[in-house]
Design a protein around this ligand. Structure first.
Ligand SMILES: [Zn+2]
Length: 213
């Protein structure tokens, strides 16, 4: 039973690129915490994030950083470090280091710094993963997953969670997600899959995702 922590920039990112993995883990008896760097609990986007997290069976933390201006700061790294120590995840999912959205890159760098800052004090991390991105396109070309998780069984739940973000034109994201996860599924011989790449933690890459969830 895994403890999955997603650290992503925007309130709907977890649903779009890791929602199936979160829901599958919760369905298997594990737990999940979604951390969105932007969003405030009292804002519309914050309320939609709460509904999305609930639809996946995850807990939610919003760190209220400014949208489109996420910047790695000492206090942000400290907040993420506290989250690591409190939740003790063994799987962490963040954005791709070559993502084309500046907020996503800052988020990637911030959780990376928090992992280094809490090394030895938080539970050992089995997998540190980077997720797909908008249209699968980053600064250096296309995102090529190396690990896949079959999310076919929780597919309706993932789409339901994306649709909770009503202010974000969710059908647009449903359509993109359907195509991305279909392609990942075709490559891994299942109906729908989410795809990830591993980030080494002190030289260790970790094992197979499906054996942990
Ligand atoms: Zn985003």
């Amino acid at each position: 039973m895994a403890r999955v922590l997603t650290v992503l920039a925007h309130p709907d990112d977890a649903e779009i690129w890791a929602g199936g993995t979160i829901a599958s883990n919760v369905r298997s008896g594990g737990s999940a915490l979604i951390c969105s760097l932007t969003g405030h609990p009292d804002s519309l986007r914050g309320r939609e994030a709460a509904e999305g997290a609930q639809a996946l069976g995850a807990e939610l933390v919003l760190l209220n950083q400014p949208d489109r201006q996420v910047t790695i700061t000492e206090s942000l790294v400290k907040s993420l470090g506290s989250l690591l120590l409190d939740f003790q995840p063994n799987i962490i999912i963040t954005h791709w280091e070559e993502d084309s959205h500046p907020d996503h890159i800052q988020t990637h760098d911030a959780i990376r710094a928090a992992i280094v800052a809490t090394a030895g004090r938080s539970q050992s991390i089995d997998l540190f993963l980077q997720c797909d991105t908008y249209l699968g396109t980053g600064k250096v070309g296309l995102f090529t997953p190396e690990l896949y998780l079959d999310v076919s069984e929780v597919w309706p739940q993932k789409l339901d969670a994306i649709r909770k973000h009503a202010s974000q034109d969710p059908e647009h994201y449903v359509e993109i997600t359907e195509r991305q996860c279909w392609l990942h599924g075709a490559r891994s011989k299942v109906r729908y899959a989410e795809g990830f790449r591993r980030i080494p933690v002190y030289g260790r890459l970790g094992g197979a995702l499906h054996q942990l969830i």
